[in-house]
Write a protein that binds this ligand. Sequence first.
Ligand SMILES: Cc1cc2nc3c(=O)[nH]c(=O)nc-3n(C[C@H](O)[C@H](O)[C@H](O)COP(=O)(O)O)c2cc1C
Length: 184
Amino acid sequence: MSAPTTIALIIGSLRKESINRKFAEYIVSQMPDSIKVEEVNIADLPLYNQDYDDTTINSYERVRQQLKAADAVLIVTPEHNRTMPAALKNVIDIASRPYKESVWAHKKVAVVTASPSNYGGINSGLDVRKSMEMLLAQIMTSPEMFLSQATESLNEDGSVSERTQKYLERFINALVAFVGSKSA
Ligand SMILES: Cc1cc2nc3c(=O)[nH]c(=O)nc-3n(C[C@H](O)[C@H](O)[C@H](O)COP(=O)(O)O)c2cc1C
């Protein structure tokens, strides 16, 4: 039997009650059995410093290996002060180095942002794309997914509302096709 396709999941929020985590969990729950999703823990990563390129930091090695081994990366993230959260930028930087050992080149990457605001965290999503373009990742371009007024898309128990489940369907189908295809 062939190995399952794997998606490494990065959630840009570190907080326990993250709304982005709730949307990520729903998207993961809709993946077929042929796709295995593994979360990349970014909470324990020391702030990237180029001086560390010559040393071994276990948490850096862990995320680099996890991302390298994955067939694709799904990033679900809030927006902090009109850009991506520092913790997300940190893991992007860590996995882009040492020089010429970046894990991002040709990596399939899909991005979702969610925010209680009307703008859906779009600035964060576009900034992630900007970094990914520079790093030569293969970005899933359609459909874009910036979930606005996202707290209203969650039921009281934290589950995703039926309306938003429907809205996410096209993204989820596109993600499965994107991850499953050899090139997109
Ligand atoms: C430091 C900080 C900066 C924020 N800046 C923005 C922002 O620029 N745009 C926005 O839509 N929401 C902003 N927010 C609000 C977040 O969208 C909101 O807290 C959201 O719930 C965070 O996602 P999470 O629940 O997944 O952690 C900010 C929140 C924090 C803590």
